[in-house]
Design a protein around this ligand. Structure first.
Ligand SMILES: Cc1cc2nc3c(=O)[nH]c(=O)nc-3n(C[C@H](O)[C@H](O)[C@H](O)COP(=O)(O)O)c2cc1C
Length: 306
């Protein structure tokens, strides 16, 4: 089994690894799929650009594999900075479970986009799971998600996926809709906590919705491109921010200087041990406050497309 993820603030990593371990455990020793879980973290630009890594992902998957790929939702889509990289994957018929985490606004067309990208790469996209994670921009929106309860639900999701996998005794994983329906019928708590949808609904000829764009104080769409985090006097020059920045944008010898493109992923803000980083742009703050106001109350259920 293989698990690959991009996860600047850790929600996607936690969720994808949990699901892969849970599936592996439930598949049991007799399974043809029981191998070690190989994990690849492609959050760092150094990994995404490494020649040996790029060579590896073109031969890494086979039709015998179960693969989990985890991505966060940015602006209702797959982070666009990853597209060029992801399109280099060669799925070779591997059975893919896509894990998307999002900050409780919505995942919009990200599930459709991920389905499209990875089907085009030659994966057999088996399931897409959308899970709420604490919003990158906020410390209160969907705070501490995914949490204990989410992981209990994800155990059930893993259970369902493994039943579908085991249903087929031969080599290919074939989902049987009747199995899914029969199984779900017997799971009252499960169905109460999760929305199950038909994966066929992700196939679409219709163009995807544009990237979500927040509005500035005058009601005009603004984009975040030029906005960068600032560093205050609390900075101890530990260098963690520069080492975890997924774009390698923070200068290695001047941690208050962002000299490359910034995704606003907030890894440096959330993971700084002395809280020395922040975004002070007024539009950014306005957007954060609006999100907190609009989406803190009703936390969305985990959704499973299968
Ligand atoms: C640039 C950016 C855009 C985002 N856009 C959305 C969005 O459209 N909808 C949403 O619900 N959450 C959005 N989020 C929140 C993240 O999807 C969410 O916090 C995710 O779990 C972060 O994953 P990570 O912890 O693995 O980095 C956005 C976060 C960032 C950094």
């Amino acid at each position: 089994m293989k698990v690959l993820y991009f996860s600047p603030t850790g929600n996607t990593k936690k969720t994808s690894i949990f699901i892969s371990k849970s599936i592996r455990k439930k598949l049991g020793c007799a399974s043809q799929f029981l191998q070690t879980v190989e994990a690849i973290d492609f959050t760092s630009i150094n990994v995404r650009k490494s020649e040996s890594h790029l060579r590896n992902i073109s031969t890494f998957f086979s039709s015998e594999d179960i693969v989990i790929i985890g991505l966060p939702v940015y602006a209702g889509r797959i982070p666009n900075v990853l597209l060029k990289y992801l399109k280099q994957y060669v799925g070779s018929g591997a059975h893919l479970i896509i894990v998307l985490t999002y900050g409780n606004r919505h995942y919009d067309d990200a599930a459709k986009e991920a389905y499209q990208i990875f089907s085009n790469c030659g994966f057999d996209v088996f399931a897409v799971i959308c899970v709420v994670g604490e919003h990158s921009f906020s410390n209160i929106l969907a705070k501490d998600k995914p949490n204990q309860l989410d992981f209990i639900i994800l155990e059930d999701v893993a259970d369902l996926l493994v039943r579908c996998i085991k249903k087929n005794k031969e080599k290919n994983i074939v989902k049987s809709v009747s199995t899914i329906e029969e199984y779900i019928e017997h799971m009252d708590i499960f169905t109460d906590q999760i929305l199950i949808k038909n994966i066929e609904g992700l196939k679409t000829e219709v163009p995807l919705k544009p990237y979500f764009q927040p509005l500035d104080k005058n009601g005009y769409p603004f984009n975040f491109i030029g906005i960068k985090p600032i560093t205050d006097q609390n900075c101890t020059a530990c260098g963690l921010c520069a080492s975890i920045c997924p774009m390698g944008a923070i200068k290695k010898d001047a941690f208050d200087t962002v000299n490359g493109p910034c995704l606003k992923c907030c890894a440096c803000v959330k993971r700084c041990p002395v809280n020395a980083k922040s975004f002070v742009d007024e539009n950014f703050i306005k957007h954060r406050l609006e999100l907190e106001e609009a989406y803190s109350e009703n936390i969305r259920k985990t959704e499973l497309y299968i």
